[in-house]
Structures are given as C-alpha cells and as structure tokens.
Design a protein around this ligand. Structure first.
Ligand SMILES: Cc1cc2nc3c(=O)[nH]c(=O)nc-3n(C[C@H](O)[C@H](O)[C@H](O)COP(=O)(O)OP(=O)(O)OC[C@H]3O[C@@H](n4cnc5c(N)ncnc54)[C@H](O)[C@@H]3O)c2cc1C
Length: 379
C-alpha cells in the first residue's frame, strides 16, 4: 500500500485535508494535476476566522487586510460597512495560498506528487486504486476527492448532487493603483441575476462577475466596461477568464456507502459547498478539508461511523446556513432592486453583512427576517 489516504486535488480543500492527516501522523499522499505556483480565477476574499482551523500562521498567504466593504447599485447609492475586529477579512493570492498549504502538509510529513493527475479511481480487493496520468497506479485505504468544480470523480462515485448547479463567472486581474486598499467593493445593479466584485490586492485589483440564477452568463463585457472606469481603470483592462463554479444545491451525502464507498469522502467545490449567494468557496473548502481529515483519522482508528458523521457535521456546520443562502439568492437575484433597498440599505444591514463576511454569523441567523422583508416588502 502506498499511503493510508490519497487526497486528489491540491486546492484549499485537498491541501487542508492532507495537512491535518499528516499532522495526525497518517501516511498521506497529495496529488495535484497542475504545476506549483499556477494562479486560479478567484477573488481571494476570505474570512480571517479560518485561522482557527490551522495551528500555523496563515498570514504569509495574505495580500491585503480588508476593513471596510462598499456596496453599490449601478455604481450609485452606496452603502459602506466597517468590518468589526482587527483583521476580519483577508484577500489572499490563490497561487500562494494553495502552495503554502501544500508546503505545510509536506512539512507535517505528507507526500506531494505534482504535477500528476488522478485519472481513475477504483475499489479492488478492499483497497482504493488510483490510476495516474503517468500510467502508474497507487493504492490506499481511504481517499479524499477534492478535485474542484470540474470534478468528475465525485459524481462517478455517487457523492454530492447527481446534477451539480453552477454559477457562471468571469474574472479579471488588473494591475494599477488602488485608492482605498482596505475596501472591498460589491456592485449589485449592473449584473442580471448576480453581482460583481472588486477586491484590492498588492498592486492592483481582483475583479469578477458572477451570475447565480439560470444558465445565461451575464454580458460581462458591458458590466466590466462600466465597472473598471469607476475604479480609475480602462474599461478593457486585464485578461478575462471564464469559468463555472459549482454552488451549494441541497444536502447530499459527502461520504461513500457500502463496500464500494468505504473510506471515501468528498470536500470543497467537488462537494458543491460554495455559497450560492456570494460565491464564498474558500472557507467551506478549508472547513471540509479539516473535517474530512478528522473523520478519516477516526475511521482509520476503527470508528466505522466517522464518514457518515462527516456528512452530518458539514450539514450542520455549513449546509444549514447554505440552505438559507440559496433561498436568499433565489429571492434577491430575482428582485435585486427590492433586495438592495430593503436588505442592504437597512440601517442594521452593514453590521449584519460584516458579520456574515467575517464568518461570525450564518445566513440562517438573518434569513427568516430577510425573506419576510423581501417578500412582503416591510421595512
Ligand atoms: C471567479 C471566481 C472568484 C471566486 N472568488 C472567491 C472569493 O473571493 N472568495 C471565496 O471564498 N471563494 C471564491 N471563489 C470560489 C473558490 O475559488 C473555490 O470555492 C475554491 O477554490 C475551492 O477550493 P477546492 O480546493 O475545492 O478546489 P480548487 O481550488 O479548484 O482545487 C482543486 C484542485 O484539484 C486539482 N485537480 C483537478 N483534477 C485533478 C485530478 N484529476 N488529479 C489531481 N488534481 C486534480 C486542480 O488542479 C486544483 O488545483 C471564486 C471562484 C471563482 C471561479
């Protein structure tokens, strides 16, 4: 056997799982298809509260600390919210975050195989067999599938939704001077069924457009040619990257069942955990990576119920909030102007939004009141 656990995918979910398994003394192998240092289309916005899941300091991956968020409707009617605490919301550069977490996994005793892709995953004679792009085969007792939004392995093994739901995204990195480097911007009126964001990073911006309802992508060129000049940038600046982001769409088992699914867990985007309202995917990826490692460590020590407890724990720690997030998204993005006026412009909204973004509060805490307000338009 090559490892106790093979983790497929070295993004935040997989690297977090590999680190926590290695830190518990488990023989873990982390497979990453792409070469080190590759960037990913991602705003990089992340609640600083994720630090509590790691014993090492995450600040080497942090580019900017956000202290304020600015919301607008068609670039006007702004709402500004101060975020509570010292450093509640971070902007990370993805290439750095992913590589840093993988380095920590290796420092804790894990093995990283990169660039190397898992092409097949089969269960044979009580072990998992992972067929690699170089023709080799690896074996292990357990597997974490963490191969991201494009995952083929999760569905093939009956994990997560049978038909995942996707948000359409366009992201663009732009170099330039940032007037307010501690302010993240969210613009709601320009995008049909979605929003755009502009997050400051070192020496520029990470900008994106996301559409959350329906299959139709936003007219991102029109959106960007309005948004970029509002930041003092040329309307055609930067290179556009289009993508599909799996978003949360109901509670589903995140562990395999029966002999065919023994010791198999799915984490991160492959598990469809990303927030369907604000596209927050880093926090649930890190959370699920940590929880998957805890569960497999227990399972390897003989606790047969640990994989099912993993699905249940993700449901209570994340999924229950996302169920409300999805309902809010469906109402908000269908009636965005009403949502902006009655939701975001409420006097208490800046504080609530700040609490959501800093991870202090879940959607469930605010949802019942918000939906009642949006549906019945009571202030
Ligand atoms: C435009 C855009 C902006 C975003 N902005 C934000 C944001 O500001 N804040 C936020 O919280 N979230 C954001 N997200 C979501 C966030 O990027 C994802 O939720 C997060 O990357 C998920 O992490 P992951 O580890 O599950 O998947 P990934 O980061 O996709 O990692 C999966 C890894 O698996 C590897 N892989 C795939 N197949 C194989 C294989 N067969 N064998 C080996 N390796 C494989 C891939 O190369 C990849 O490195 C954004 C997403 C998009 C598209």
């Amino acid at each position: 056997m090559d490892a106790e656990v093979i983790v497929i995918g070295g993004g935040p979910a997989g690297a977090a799982a590999a680190f926590h398994l290695a830190a518990r003394g488990r023989a873990v192998l982390l497979l990453e298809r792409e070469p080190a240092g590759r960037g990913k289309p991602c705003g990089g916005g992340m609640a600083a509260s994720v630090q509590r899941w790691f014993p090492f300091d995450l600040s080497p991956a942090v580019e900017q600390v956000i202290r304020r968020v600015r919301f607008s409707w068609c670039l006007e009617d702004p709402v500004v919210a101060e975020l509570p605490g010292d450093a509640p919301f971070w902007i990370v550069r993805r290439a750095r975050l992913d590589a840093f977490l993988a380095e920590q996994a290796v420092a804790a005793g894990g093995r990283l195989l990169q660039p190397l892709a898992a092409e097949r995953l089969e269960r044979q004679q009580g072990l998992w067999r992972v067929g690699l792009s170089d023709g080799e085969m690896l074996t292990s007792r357990a597997v974490v599938i963490a191969d991201g939004s494009g995952s083929r392995l999760a569905g093939a093994h009956g994990l997560g939704p049978a038909r995942p739901r996707y948000a359409a995204t366009v992201s663009v990195e732009v170099e330039g001077e940032v007037a307010e480097p501690d302010t993240a911007r969210f613009e709601f009126g320009l995008v049909h069924h979605g929003f755009c964001w502009a997050f400051p990073r070192q020496g520029g911006w990470s900008i994106g457009v996301g559409t959350f309802i329906g299959q139709q992508e936003a007219d991102s060129e029109a959106v960007l040619s309005a948004l970029l000049p509002s930041l003092g940038l040329p309307g055609d600046a930067g290179v556009r990257h289009r993508g599909q982001l799996r978003v949360w769409d109901g509670h589903h088992p995140l562990h395999g069942s029966g002999e065919a699914g023994t010791g198999l867990l799915v984490a991160g985007d492959a598990a469809s955990l990303c927030d369907p309202f604000l596209a927050e995917g880093l926090r649930p990826s890190l959370l699920s990576g940590c929880r998957a490692a805890e569960a497999l460590d227990l399972w390897l020590a003989g606790d047969e119920g640990a994989p099912a407890a993993y699905s249940q724990r993700l449901r209570s720690e994340w999924g229950e909030s996302m169920a409300w997030g999805r309902r809010i998204a469906q109402v908000f993005y269908r009636l965005p102007k009403v949502g902006y006026q009655l939701g975001i412009k409420r006097p208490t909204a800046p504080r609530r939004i700040a609490q959501i973004l800093s991870g202090e509060m879940g959607y469930g805490d605010i949802a019942q009141r918000a939906i009642r307000r949006l549906l019945f338009q009571k202030s």
